[in-house]
Design a protein around this ligand. Structure first.
Ligand SMILES: *Cc1c(COP(=O)(O)O)cnc(C)c1O
Length: 416
């Protein structure tokens, strides 16, 4: 990797800003299509391979439609995400529903859509039976607990609230079969933003071995394993991207060794990546509003953590390009801030940048997943627009910016 490139020029962005004032997120359709094609090609050896895009990463129908056209399904985790998938035209086998602490209405909706329900807990078997009824196909989410180490974002599996324990997995499948389930899946998600290729191969091995053990102990034949999401992207210029080809090669070897000559063959492999697909394809475009020189130098933008929470929540690095100043020396140290009354509202701390002026256009990289989606209204801040830079070079507004009317729409004002 190394260079953090942009799919647009300064002139293009200036012309876009004339129609769509900053701040906004802009997504690169070409890059999204290229990412998902690369993933699907890497797994072309795997019978029934499917990527169910994690809707929560970029919950926009235009993005879902592009991904659907490329052969992806949707991984939903809430009622709103199920409805979004439905309204984008996805149905049945194209939707996986991976939730936790699930309300009854969500199971009812997932079952009505024919989504593959992925249970988070053994107690949900009875809950599902009482609320939506037990469907013919079902998947269970496995939490390996002490058998795997996690990472910073998702936490240690033993401390993670998700999934069945090892013992519960065997019991769960036996109970589900007694209740009439005919088709079974096995799911896990043990890492987030992980850049180590081997981690994903280990996860596949873990699921292959567990699926074989489930068959030996209970006679239940698992038909699909879902590796979850969690594939990292190189946020920093020095980060090495994952190699989806190397991961695929390792998983293929493990498949050939363990599954190919077993009764589980052909076992389908599913994924539900968000970040890997859209993360690098989105950019938050903002302007420098104020420069402040006190105990430190501050560059205040016309956006804030309502538009991108990752730096504040995870201390995450997001690369910053100052349009038109790419080739100037990065000789001044800034905290790049938003306007929220919270001191963690900073896009970058102690970042070396070219000397800034009010009005400079700032591009914050890698906001295509878990960017706009995490936005919120604290301090009365409004969420920005989302734009799509199409394959044909046109720019389409795919979500308008919130207005004050949106913000006040749910309030009851007292009589004056
Ligand atoms: C968030 C989430 C994903 C997507 O994670 P990425 O890091 O964007 O790949 C997939 N599956 C589940 C269950 C999730 O909660």
């Amino acid at each position: 990797m190394g260079a953090k490139e942009l799919p647009f020029t300064k002139e293009q962005i200036e012309s876009i800003i004339r129609d769509h004032p900053t701040p906004f997120h802009i997504y690169d359709e070409d890059a999204i299509r290229a990412n998902v094609r690369r993933l699907i090609k890497a797994f072309d050896w795997a019978h029934g391979f499917k990527e169910y895009f994690a809707v929560k990463a970029t919950p926009n129908p235009h993005i879902l439609k592009i991904l659907h056209e490329e052969g992806c399904g949707a991984d939903c985790s809430s009622l709103a995400e199920l409805v979004l998938a439905e309204r984008t035209g996805l149905a049945g086998g194209e939707i996986v529903f991976t939730s936790n602490d699930t309300p009854a209405v969500e199971y009812v909706k997932a079952k009505q859509l024919g989504a593959l329900i992925n249970l988070d807990d053994i107690s949900h078997i009875d809950f599902l039976e009482r609320t939506a009824g037990i469907p013919e196909s079902i998947s269970c989410r496995y939490n390996p607990g002490p058998l795997r180490s996690g990472n910073a974002i998702i936490g240690n599996p033993q401390e993670a609230k998700y999934g069945f324990t090892r013992e519960q997995i065997f019991e769960g499948y036996s109970v589900l079969r007694k209740k009439g389930v005919r088709s079974f899946g096995l799911h896990t998600m043990v890492a987030s933003n992980e850049l180590n290729n081997q981690y994903f191969i280990d996860t596949a091995v873990m699921l292959f071995e567990l699926a074989l053990e489930v068959f030996e102990k209970t006679g239940v034949r698992i038909e699909s394993v879902n590796l979850g999401g969690g594939f990292g992207i190189p946020y920093g210029p020095e980060d090495e991207p994952v190699s989806i080809e190397l991961i695929s090669k390792g998983i293929r070897l493990a498949y050939d060794e363990r599954i190919k000559n077993s009764p589980l063959h052909p076992l389908k492999i599913y994924m539900e990546s968000g970040r890997l697909i859209t993360g690098p394809c989105g950019f938050l475009v903002s302007k420098v509003l104020h420069l402040k020189d006190t105990y430190k130098k501050y560059a205040g933008l016309d956006s804030c953590m309502a538009n991108l929470m990752r730096p504040a929540v995870y201390g995450a690095y997001h690369h910053i390009t100052v349009l038109g100043k790419e080739h100037l020396p990065a000789g001044t140290k800034y905290d790049v801030t938003g306007s929220l009354c919270e001191n963690n509202d900073k896009f970058a701390i102690d970042r070396m940048l070219p000397k800034l002026e009010p009005g400079d256009i700032i591009v914050i990289h890698d906001t295509g997943a878990h960017g706009h989606a995490m936005g919120f209204n604290y301090n009365g801040k409004l969420r920005s627009a989302e734009l799509l830079l199409g394959t044909d070079g046109t720019v389409k507004l795919v979500r308008r910016a919130e207005t004050l009317d949106d913000y006040f729409a749910t309030l009851e004002f007292a009589e004056r």
